[in-house]
Unconditional design. Structure first.
Length: 393
């Protein structure tokens, strides 16, 4: 007899085909020198700031390669607390911060601690592609509340309220959203906070793209709901540090104490030289975020303009972030078909929107934070592909 896997294995499987298969195929082709344009992942076409790299090298040479505190070093957590207070207006201390292995790890830890088998967790649809597995790993059921294209991907608070049941334990939101780029409004944040208060719910606010929003900030659920909100963020997008895995959770002290115990079982602390590099990055956050924000805005506007008038394709302009959604339903192709055929004919990789939920079935997600020459060529290829669809129809 063969041994069986636990039910966890089923909960973290993809609902359908692997949404990242085309991306990794494109990455491999690009690495092999093929003429491929990769627009399928949010990895800024920028270098990590030199002072951050220099600090990591300095600390490596100083032999900073031993165990560290499982929640992160105190100076780093204090710097994260200060940055969070400055951004959101929510006054927090180092005791309300845990440094984790990227924002994805922060979402995973949050899920484990706020829900359990038999519970329900609400999230807005569309959502980042890892959310279903991240939420369901706790054993809770995922409840999707639509934020449809006809509402420009903003939620309807009445629909959200109707989805809450006695089994609901948490609401997961992302602002700016991924893949939509939507920033929740003040009234939406207030409405979500009121519902959480009324029903005693946790709110997990994924704000990894907040630094790309206007002025580098978004309406804060943490400031409105300090004892029930867990704010997850990282340096990945604002400092071009996706591979460094520098993330954190800000929340009530009791939650952070529990999260520290999870970290002891999961990572047992993160590299000291990485933490000191992260501390350097936070020290230059104003400059770094402003630079990324300017780049994102300029390339969003350029790419949006370059894709206007596409045959049977509607382009959604995001508020912030690094992604743009293309509605391809009028082409007669599914998002999967559009993405695969675009890659085969034009060697441009994009993400099938179905990976992000039912509300983006028939969409593809395109990352626009690559260099302007590549972006212009990508737009030219997408236009040629869309025009060819029109002729073949």
């Amino acid at each position: 007899m063969s041994p069986e896997f636990s039910p966890l294995a089923g909960r973290i499987e993809h609902d359908g085909p692997d949404p990242w298969a085309l991306h990794w195929r494109a990455r491999a082709a690009h690495a092999a020198g093929e003429d491929v344009i990769v627009l399928s992942v949010g990895d800024p076409d920028l270098d990590t700031p030199a002072p951050v790299v220099d600090k990591a090298i300095e600390r490596l040479r100083a032999r900073d390669t031993h165990y560290t505190e499982s929640s992160g070093r105190a100076p780093l957590r204090a710097a994260i607390a200060a940055a969070h207070t400055e951004r959101t207006g929510q006054r927090v201390t180092a005791d309300q911060v845990i440094f984790v292995n990227g924002a994805q790890n922060g979402l995973f830890v949050s899920s484990l601690l706020v829900a359990a088998p038999g519970d329900e967790v609400i999230t807005l649809d569309p959502m980042y592609a890892t959310y279903p597995a991240t939420i369901q790993v706790s054993g809770a059921a995922l409840v999707r509340v639509p934020a449809p294209a006809r509402r420009d991907f903003h939620p309807d608070l009445a629909t959200l309220a109707a989805a809450i049941t006695p089994r609901t334990r948490a609401i997961f939101v992302a602002t700016p959203g991924n893949p939509s780029g939507v920033v929740l409004t003040d009234s939406e944040v207030e409405g979500i906070a009121r519902l959480a208060e009324q029903h005693g719910l946790w709110v997990v606010s994924d704000e990894v793209y907040a630094g790309t929003a206007e002025g580098g900030r978004v309406p804060s659920l943490g400031a409105r709901l300090p004892e029930q909100c867990l704010t997850v963020s990282s340096l990945s997008k604002t400092h071009a540090m996706t591979g460094w895995r520098c993330g954190w959770i800000v929340g009530p002290t009791a939650f952070i104490q529990h999260a520290d115990l999870v970290a002891q079982c999961m990572t047992y602390g993160l590299p000291g030289f990485i933490q000191d590099a992260a501390l350097t990055a936070l020290g230059m956050r104003t400059e770094a975020e402003a630079s990324v924000r300017t780049l994102c805005r300029a390339r969003r506007d350029t790419f949006y303009a370059a894709l206007q008038g596409l045959s049977a394709v509607r382009v959604h302009r995001p508020d912030a972030g690094m992604f743009m959604l293309l509605d391809v339903r009028e082409t007669g192709l599914s998002g999967t078909e559009f993405a695969n055929r675009l890659y085969e004919s034009e060697r441009v990789s994009v993400l099938d929107g179905a990976a992000c939920g039912s509300e983006t079935e028939g969409f593809v997600r395109v990352c626009f934070v690559t260099n302007e020459t590549t972006l212009a060529e990508a737009a030219r290829r997408i236009r040629r592909f869309a025009a060819g669809l029109g002729r073949s129809g």
